[in-house]
Design a protein around this ligand. Structure first.
Ligand code: MN
Length: 187
């Protein structure tokens, strides 16, 4: 069985950029629902004691496991999401240096992440991830897909499903994305 991760900050900690109410729904309802669904689906099956990342890898691109794959992916993606947020906390000097080498400035990376998030049609995720050979890249995935199955190691992400921002920003995705990237990410 898998567990709902503990939120690394108070539900009110992201205001005014993301409200306490949004975090309550996003973490306590949406994220929890994905965890509950995965546990319902793996209970009594070969996946019952399988780690989350392995469930994702083993169910990827298998139509008979599509519901499990989608929900497990969403659990993983939300785990990364909450850990992408730093309240007064940034990535360590080593990662900052790698970001500077690859994107020149933190602002340039923020701009690229925001740009991809605004352009993404429908629901999905924007990522900073490490590819083979350790190269950093910005990429997007749709719905519950995750860069794990594409051979990337996720570093941070940005949730651009409407449930991540609709209570606070309604249709103004760009405003959410800019506030999030500028004020909440650990970069
Ligand atoms: Mn979400």
């Amino acid at each position: 069985m898998i567990e709902l991760m503990k939120l690394p900050f108070k539900e009110s900690a992201l205001a005014p950029y993301v409200s306490e109410e949004t975090v309550q729904f996003h973490y306590g309802k949406h994220h929890k629902a994905y965890v509950d669904k995965v546990n319902e689906l793996i209970s009594g099956t070969e996946f019952q004691d399988t780690p989350l990342e392995e469930i994702i890898e083993r169910t990827f691109d298998k139509p008979e496991y599509q519901v499990l794959y989608n929900n497990a992916g969403q659990v993983f993606n939300h785990n990364v999401y909450w850990n992408s947020i730093g309240i007064g906390e940034k990535f360590d000097a080593d990662m900052q240096e790698r970001i500077a080498e690859r994107f020149e400035t933190r602002d340039a990376l923020r701009e690229k992440l925001a740009d991809e998030a605004v352009k993404l049609f429908g629901s999905g995720w924007v990522w900073l991830a490490e590819g083979k050979g350790g190269k950093l890249d910005v990429l997007t995935t749709r719905n519950g897909d995750t860069p794990l199955v594409l051979g990337f190691k996720p570093i941070l992400n940005l949730d651009v499903w409407e449930h991540a921002y609709y209570l606070d920003y309604q249709n103004r995705r760009k405003d959410y994305v800019e506030a999030f990237v500028k004020n909440l990410l650990k970069i």
